[in-house]
Design a protein around this ligand. Sequence first.
Ligand SMILES: NC(=O)c1ccc[n+]([C@@H]2O[C@H](COP(=O)([O-])OP(=O)(O)OC[C@H]3O[C@@H](n4cnc5c(N)ncnc54)[C@H](OP(=O)(O)O)[C@@H]3O)[C@@H](O)[C@H]2O)c1
Length: 227
Amino acid sequence: MEIRDAGIVVTGSSSGIGLALSEALVEKGGNVVGLSRRKTLIPAGSGGGRFRSFQADLSLPEDIAEAFRRIREEGPPVDVLVNNAGWGEFGDMEALPRESWEGMLAVNLAAPFFAIQEVVTAMKKRRRGMIINIASIAGKRGIKGAAAYCATKFGLVGLSASLKEEFREHGIRVSCICPGAVDTPFFDTTSIQPEKRMDTMAVVNAIIAAIAADDDILHEELIICPL
Ligand SMILES: NC(=O)c1ccc[n+]([C@@H]2O[C@H](COP(=O)([O-])OP(=O)(O)OC[C@H]3O[C@@H](n4cnc5c(N)ncnc54)[C@H](OP(=O)(O)O)[C@@H]3O)[C@@H](O)[C@H]2O)c1
């Protein structure tokens, strides 16, 4: 898909991978809408595209519904949805507060499900669309001390695999990206501190390659790790 002038929603645009991705997509001429609780600050004049952001708490289904109502009203039509927002809390499973379990499930797994519901009907009508879910290596391998986070990311990998089959006959591509450790504020407050971390651009470049592929080519699932 041509990125120039494409309507692209990036969740979790205020930080880390989502912020770097939003900047790169705007530079390539995309018409980008970011969603996150904090305001997303993209340097003015950072490219040929446009950027707007709406503040939304994606753990709340009503915030998701309201954000996509505004996007439908104000445009652009959504060609690409990148479900990137997410967070992790680690440690022994018996010590994990119930709110953390519910919070990770809500943002990492339920929010992508609801966001896809918001965009897929229009994508089917236009026979054009792409959904990219940012899962994790924690969605492919069990990690000690990350039971809840892994459960949400394995769920997102499963959701992606199933929707890939459901949507392909409608011309809608579903990709799932599974990064290993990336150098972002994600780890600012976590008990797990990976030694080797990739630059955010490693993941951003993979997402851009998946979007920019020919419309009849699908980058199904990609695991990217530091060597
Ligand atoms: N960093 C890594 O090593 C790594 C590895 C594999 C996968 N991932 C995944 O990559 C994605 C991005 O992570 P990152 O490393 O870029 O982390 P980050 O720098 O902490 O960014 C996380 C983003 O998610 C948003 N977010 C979190 N909770 C939200 C909520 N309730 N409502 C709306 N937005 C919310 C945050 O925005 P607000 O705080 O403004 O709401 C922020 O923009 C996540 O899904 C993460 O699981 C990260």
